[in-house]
Design a protein around this ligand. Structure first.
Ligand SMILES: [Fe+2]
Ligand SMILES: [Fe+2]
Length: 277
């Protein structure tokens, strides 16, 4: 038995005609019996794009947060206001204060205050905080925190837990969704701060070893060194996925490098695209 999956890119840094873009990510995932909103973008594009694509956010059964960054959590008040029964799944680490520090200037990039308030207002039964993920069925689950095995994979940016830049943020809350389809495993990532190969290893460990058929989401390789890109490509060749759909924070240079190495199977995502597995 497997699960069938329909994934619509609701929010992305790129978009098809008539749709809003922002630096953010949200996917609408339909499994037949369950509708999942995976991430919520910053909050500005989610509502208009859902309306334009005929997606009723009120029909969400589950809301998943890939991690606590603002560009994945800002739309929480909107969706939780509409989907009165939806249950939220996240790692407890999403609540951490966190910053990006560039040229000495710290910028808060954690949960925006309205998103935090929306989570805190949920009845306890509607907020599932899991460090090791969840398995909704034999064929569908979340990775939970991803062990960091590959030395060349870092979180991908100047991320800290304090404004002074003393404590690096390991982004322990980063997780991905996996589904076993008739083609093989499909992996849906947020920013993939754990590293793409670490994430794929984790998926194979929790799902039971199986072929990775497709990976869709942010790969966060915009700051990746040549060494990391080369090792990432080598690792991807070994997994041999049929489809890679880089979105959001992957980075243009990284997309070009992936396409040069892996060819046609790499097709960048944009809001409005629909995939069925
Ligand atoms: Fe992101
Ligand atoms: Fe992120």
């Amino acid at each position: 038995m497997t699960v069938s999956l329909k994934v619509t890119i609701l929010v992305d840094n790129h978009a098809g005609p008539g749709l809003a873009t922002e630096h953010g990510l949200a996917f609408w995932i339909e499994t037949g019996s369950t509708n999942i909103l995976f991430d919520t973008g910053q909050g500005t594009a989610l509502g208009p794009n859902a309306a334009a694509l005929g997606i009723d956010l009120a029909a969400a059964h589950l809301v998943v947060l890939s991690h606590g960054h603002y560009d994945h959590t800002g739309g929480l008040p909107l969706v939780l206001g509409k989907a009165a029964q939806a249950r939220v799944h996240c790692h407890p680490g999403v609540f951490a204060s966190r910053f990006s520090i560039r040229d000495g200037a710290a910028r808060a990039i954690g949960l925006p205050a309205p998103a935090q308030a929306a989570l805190e207002a949920l009845p306890r039964l509607r907020l599932a905080q899991e460090t090791t993920g969840v398995r909704w069925s034999e064929h569908l689950g979340l990775t939970g925190g991803v062990p960091r095995r590959a030395a060349f994979e870092d979180t991908g940016g100047p991320f800290f837990l304090d404004e002074g830049g003393r404590q690096p943020d390991p982004i322990d809350d980063d997780q991905s969704l996996w589904a076993r389809t008739r083609h093989g495993l499909v992996v849906i990532t947020g920013c993939c701060h754990s590293g793409l190969l670490n994430t794929l290893e984790r998926v194979r460990a929790v799902a039971g070893a199986d072929r990775i058929h497709a990976v869709i989401g942010g790969f966060h390789l915009s700051a990746a060194s040549e060494h990391r890109m080369a090792k990432t490509i080598e690792g991807l060749r070994a997994h041999d996925p049929a489809q890679l759909i880089p979105c959001h924070c992957t980075g243009d240079a990284a997309v070009t490098a992936l396409q040069a190495a892996l060819g046609d199977r790499v097709r960048p995502g944009a809001a409005g695209q629909v995939y069925e597995w």
